[in-house]
Design a protein around this ligand. Structure first.
Ligand code: NAP
Length: 539
């Protein structure tokens, strides 16, 4: 057996969270190593490089706040950054902070085992290397495990199969081809307008239509970024105080604004019509009661259908694009010209609710509605979110218990989304039950990393070697996070979203976010820390 490398903290993953953790732990003087499966930094922003990939939060807010120098030195070119720019930004950060010397790339962790006697974790890689560390920070990402469907005949396809979650590094030439896209979540909705412009023919295979709001992304005007940078302190302060960790316009802020709008149910027919006349699909959904009242939500869906029918010329296609699941149960989507794309002559929508996919054949896709000949099939079919990455590693805590078994039996439980009872000294950045994907991911991960760094500082100062979430505290936390969403459509039985595990066959359903907002979450985390880490046992 090879000699194990020993460090104080082993960070798994070199995406946004892992890079931040490495930098902050180094500042603390902790010997830290990051291991990363890929050959570069960026995590999900390295591999989701499909055409049109873009963030739906503004670049100046979807970026690290811990370095004023980086804030000033990095030049964003657009209001909402596209994937290549985010990848370049993370590479810039890695170079600027000289992070690479403590990152081992092409290193895939397959097991982590906690030794109760030594209070240390041993991690093994796919290549058989071993690392030993008292603390592990799982910066493994919330949307890092693509969910690839199990459709009969997928491996027989004679053309090119592409997966948005592991897009070829050098891109894919889609020009002049017959392309099929399966999946119409955020990813599909983003890429479909872009692919339609390149393809000879585009066939969209839609199982569930999306609610999506039109959005304008634009390059910064001359001097605009410099002006924003000149008041970065103020921008960050506003972000910190904002429930979603992004105070400027974002997909989330649109939803928050809706909460304080008048109810749809008491609006007159004239008011409803005017909302759609003036604001299209946005006007259809922009009512305060749609989050809490399923009937109001259904009424909004009807209005939404009217708004879509005003954009999409073909009546059957327009009707097929109207969702039947409640609005807001899935993550909000913003798009650039999605519905207009279906007016193009080279685009066909296949509504799988009228006849499902039977199989992939050597020449295309066979459905109950007919066969579609294709050169390329793109799978934009989502992720095993939040718990997927750690469930694919053999994570063994106290008494050899496997984390994936705990989550399979109890659902994605966690205390604060930071630790799971029975898994001492394992910190999960953006674990289930934390604000994570219900907020600006970067703001949320910085708060997690700060908390972990403060916790390790405290442990050092008080001579503690272990910290472990208590089962009762975990149960109470889950009750709290669940109670927050109970009155909303987020947990309606007709809502199959990655937020509640409903998109993964067999996954135990539980809403995995924290919805009282980042400031309230931070307040609770800080209070727990100030009380000597209540709800945890320190040893
Ligand atoms: P997603 O929202 O889970 O959507 C997956 C799509 O694939 C759904 O339409 C799903 O249909 C469909 N699908 C899955 N299996 C299928 C099958 N066997 N046959 C036909 N259709 C199938 O995944 P995503 O679009 O990758 O987005 C996931 C998350 O990533 C987003 O919510 C967001 O948080 C993040 N993201 C963000 C951005 C952005 O910032 N703008 C862009 C991309 C992704 P059903 O709904 O019927 O299951």
């Amino acid at each position: 057996m090879t000699e194990a490398s020993r460090v104080e903290v082993l960070v798994v993953g070199a995406g946004f969270s892992g890079l931040c953790a490495l930098h902050r732990l180094r500042e603390l003087g902790v010997r830290t190593l990051v291991v990363e499966r890929a050959d570069g930094v960026g995590g999900t922003w390295l591999v989701n490089r499909y055409p049109g990939a873009r963030c739906d939060i503004e670049s100046i807010e979807y970026s690290y706040s811990f370095s004023a120098e980086i804030e000033q030195e990095w030049e964003w070119t657009e209001t909402m950054p596209a994937q290549p720019e985010i990848e370049a930004y993370l590479n810039f950060v890695a170079d600027r902070l000289d992070l690479r010397r403590d990152i081992e790339f092409d290193t895939e962790i397959v097991s982590m085992t906690f030794d109760q006697d030594t209070a240390e974790w041993t991690l093994e890689t796919a290549a058989g290397a071993r690392y030993v560390a008292p603390f592990v920070v799982a910066a493994t990402g919330i949307l890092s495990v693509p969910l690839e469907p199990d459709i009969a005949g997928m491996d027989t396809f004679g053309g090119t199969s592409l997966f948005t979650g592991r897009w070829p590094r050098d891109g894919a030439d889609l020009r002049g081809k017959r392309i099929g896209v399966i999946g119409t979540g955020s990813t599909g909705v983003q890429m479909i307008p872009v692919v339609a412009r390149e393809a000879d023919e585009l066939v969209v295979f839609q199982r569930s239509p999306a609610y999506t709001l039109p959005w304008q992304v634009r390059p910064f005007a001359p001097g605009e970024l410099a002006e924003l940078k000149s008041r970065y302190g103020e921008i960050r302060a506003a972000q910190r105080a904002h429930p979603v960790g992004a105070a400027r316009l974002s997909a989330f802020s649109v939803l928050l604004d809706m909460l304080v709008r008048p109810p749809l149910k008491s609006a007159s027919a004239e008011e409803r019509r005017r909302a759609v006349d003036e604001h299209g699909v946005m006007g259809a959904l922009n009512w305060g009661d749609v989050f809490f009242d399923i009937e109001a939500n259904r009424m909004a869906a009807e209005l939404y259908g009217e708004a879509v029918a005003r954009i999409v010329r073909d009546r059957q296609t327009a009707a097929a694009l109207v969702p039947t699941h409640p609005f807001a149960c899935k993550r909000p989507i913003i798009d650039q010209g999605y519905y207009e794309t279906f007016n193009r002559d080279n685009v066909t929508l296949v509504d799988l609710r009228r006849g499902a996919i039977r199989s992939v054949t050597p020449s295309g896709i066979d459905t109950e509605q007919g066969h579609y000949g294709l050169d390329v099939i793109v799978y934009a079919t989502g992720f095993d979110a939040m718990t997927g990455a750690l469930s694919r590693i053999d994570v063994r805590g106290r008494d050899g218990v496997l984390l994936r078994d705990v989550w399979a039996a109890e659902g994605p439980v966690s205390y604060l989304g930071l630790q799971v009872a029975g898994f001492p000294n394992l910190f999960t950045v953006q674990g289930p039950g934390s604000p994570s994907a219900a907020t600006n991911f970067v703001a949320a991960l910085e708060q997690h990393v700060d908390w972990i760094v403060d916790c390790l500082t405290y442990m050092r100062a008080h001579g503690h070697r272990t910290i472990e979430a208590l089962p009762d505290a975990q149960t109470q936390w889950i009750e709290h996070t669940t109670a927050l969403v109970a009155p909303t459509v987020l947990v309606h039985p007709s809502c199959n979203s990655w937020y509640n595990g409903g998109n993964v066959p067999g996954k135990k359903r539980m809403y995995m976010g924290y919805t009282a907002g980042l400031p309230e979450y931070r307040r609770r985390c800080d209070e727990i820390a100030a009380a000597g880490y209540s709800g945890f046992t320190l040893g």
